[in-house]
Design a protein around this ligand. Structure first.
Ligand code: PEP
Length: 253
């Protein structure tokens, strides 16, 4: 059975002490609740807080991931962080190709593909984001766009490599806007993504791939979204900055 995953993307928010308070509030909450045994929580803080959040770590509560990684192996790339560095910190996950990185840092599908390859070579599971902007949905091009992102970003992998990939479908018009895809819209795209994976790697690989939804997911809509057969969890932005909301979303399974 594929894993249910609820991953929090803290983005570029909070001071060190605010981050410390948040992770301790999340731990307190998690100690009071029982999550479904198949639900994995992941926290993706900014790079400078990775060690602090990992130190809280009891992996039975949550795993830790980075929000980005360099497409280069190492060397003279000022300001970059390599997959080898993340591996040396024993991180398990890393977000790749978030729409904010695609929009503000010109991350292309080819760059996403290179980052995914680096991460897998260092035993880190990529959480690969895809999703259309509003104009693309309004012109009914969402399937074409997502197909290109998945094909060009991921289908260079062998089936064995692909088995470690997690996909997050995040319609860009729903990120941080308070607008959420309807459960039907999310299911339609998730089923489409799974069918692309099945076509390329076979049904078994597709059935084992966790496909998360992201875009204004909150406690009030998580249950309905996660009830869809092809929605295996969420990549959570704003609501992951509130301990109560983040844990309540994980309880939606
Ligand atoms: C995100 O940025 O990955 C995200 C889903 O943000 P939000 O939940 O705030 O829409």
């Amino acid at each position: 059975m594929r894993k249910h995953i609820v991953a929090g993307n803290w983005k570029m928010n909070m001071t060190f002490s605010e981050a410390d308070d948040l992770v301790s509030a999340i731990m307190d909450k998690l100690e009071q609740v029982t999550l479904d045994a198949n639900t994995q929580m992941i926290i993706c803080p900014p790079f400078p807080y990775l060690e602090m959040v990992s130190d809280f770590g009891d992996e039975s509560y949550f795993s830790v991931g980075a929000q980005n990684v360099s497409d280069q192996e190492g060397g003279a790339y000022t300001g970059e962080v390599s997959a080898a560095m993340l591996e040396s910190m024993e991180l398990d996950y890393c977000i790749v190709g978030h729409s904010e990185r695609r929009a503000y840092y010109h991350e292309t599908d080819a760059i996403v593909a290179a980052k995914v390859k680096r991460l897998l070579a260092h035993y880190i599971r990529p959480i690969v984001c895809c999703g259309e902007v509003l104009e693309e949905r309004e012109s009914n091009r969402q399937f074409e766009v997502v197909k290109r992102q998945i094909t060009d970003g991921l289908f260079h992998l062998t089936a064995e490599e692909f088995a470690d990939v997690i996909i997050a479908y995040e319609p860009v018009w729903a990120i941080g806007t308070g607008k959420t895809a309807t459960p039907d819209q999310a299911e339609e795209m998730h089923a489409f993504i799974r069918s692309l994976i099945a076509e390329h790697y076979g049904q078994e690989v597709a059935d084992n791939t966790s496909i998360l939804y992201g875009g204004s997911c909150k406690p009030s809509n998580a249950k309905e979204l996660f009830a869809q057969p092809d929605v295996d969890g969420g990549l959570i932005g704003g609501a992951s900055l509130k301990a109560d909301d983040f844990v309540a979303i994980a309880q939606a399974f």
